[in-house]
Design a protein around this ligand. Structure first.
Ligand code: SAM
Ligand code: DTB
Ligand code: SF4
Length: 326
């Protein structure tokens, strides 16, 4: 395996190459990922993001991992779209905790037209006025809606591919992989940065992880933001009893993402609550440079105040803005 310090962004990665990176002896893989990471990012800085579920539950999609799908009894209380005031108050609190990016999530299959969408646009303008990056994840959207979000100043749109095209059919039946790719293309065409990643630990094999990484790495340009989520098992969903993934598979996934997409922010997203401090440290060494702060993700738990101690122990600083150097 050639390791140079001047590797440039490529969009023609093959599945075979991805497998060979992923299966590199761990210490060599982390060294390669860290070397690339240092060329484009500040090694001791990570970006803090904060999530808010602005519309919760009752979603018509059947994503097998999700607490908010109307197909499963998960005990998550449905909540109508929040007000602009409530949302902006949460963004202010997030900023006070050190977050520079505020992510608003809605359990919609696709973005509705009318007053609800106008309210989301108002939220985006408000978050941007605080000087924070604003990200939304609202399901599928039209080109017009993507353009309106761009005009409101949206920094990024989160829409995950979740897994490989082959494994996808075992997780979601109510929309296709192509639907997801089409939405991503509309977001890109409107000039909004893409936040696009997936979930591991859903019972997939390594080939499914190579497949997801491949789909992301052949996008041109790469998604500026790549969230890697570890499944948060939710009681009542089909994946409730999935056995926990070996954290070293997460480390390998992150390191491979870093090698394939050198300039992207690689976000260690859901699932940190189940990781040891040592496993999280390895994820940062492998090139993860962002986390969600706070004690709640959308509906599930996140480490919260434990992070202060972790960052102190690791000598990690929270970035004041996006960390992209190159
Ligand atoms: N409804 C929108 C959609 O799916 O596009 C936005 C919200 S959805 C909750 C955003 C992403 O969160 C999903 O695509 C999935 O990757 C991730 N996610 C949801 N539930 C999760 C869980 N239990 N564990 C890990 N990641 C999860
Ligand atoms: C992403 O990839 N991870 C975040 C964000 N995008 C929206 C969501 C994680 C959700 C975890 C499950 C929950 O809290 O409901
Ligand atoms: Fe709905 Fe999104 Fe949950 Fe799927 S992941 S059920 S689309 S809220």
């Amino acid at each position: 395996m050639a390791t140079t310090t001047t590797e440039r962004a490529r969009h023609d990665w093959t599945l075979e190459e991805i497998e060979s990176i992923y299966t590199t002896p761990l210490v060599e893989l982390i060294f390669r990922a860290q070397s690339i990471h240092r060329e484009h990012h500040r090694p001791s800085e990570i970006q803090g993001c904060m999530l808010l579920s602005i519309k919760t539950g009752g979603c018509p999609e059947d994503c097998a991992y999700c607490s908010q799908s109307a197909h499963y009894e998960t005990g998550v209380a449905r909540q109508a779209l929040m007000t602009v005031e409530e949302t902006l108050a949460a963004a202010r609190r997030a900023q006070a905790k050190g977050a520079t990016r505020f992510c608003m999530g809605a359990a919609w299959r696709s973005v509705p037209q009318g007053a609800a969408f106008e309210r989301v646009l108002e939220m985006v303008r408000g978050v941007r006025a605080f000087g924070m990056e604003a990200c939304c994840t609202l399901g599928m959207l039209t080109s017009e809606q993507a353009e309106a979000l761009a005009a409101a100043g949206l920094s990024a749109y989160n829409h995950n591919l979740d897994t490989s095209p082959e494994f996808y059919g075992q997780i979601i039946h109510t929309r296709t992989y192509q639907d997801r790719l089409d939405t991503l293309a509309r977001v890109r065409r409107a000039g909004i940065n893409l936040c696009c990643g997936g979930i591991i630990g859903m019972g997939e094999d390594r080939a499914a992880r190579y497949g997801l990484l491949h789909q992301l790495a052949v996008l041109r340009p790469h998604p500026e933001s790549v969230p890697i989520n570890l499944l948060m098992p939710v009681a009542g969903t089909p994946l409730a009893d999935e056995s926990p993934l070996d954290p070293l598979e997460l480390v390998r996934t992150i390191a491979t993402a870093r090698v394939l997409m050198p300039r992207s922010m690689v976000r260690l997203s859901a699932g940190r609550i189940s990781l040891s401090e040592e496993a999280q440290a390895l994820c940062f060494m492998a090139g993860a440079n962002s986390v969600f702060l706070g004690d709640k993700l959308l509906t599930t738990l996140n480490p919260g105040d434990a992070d202060t101690r972790l960052f102190e122990k690791l000598g990690v600083r929270l970035a004041r803005g996006a960390d992209v150097v190159g």
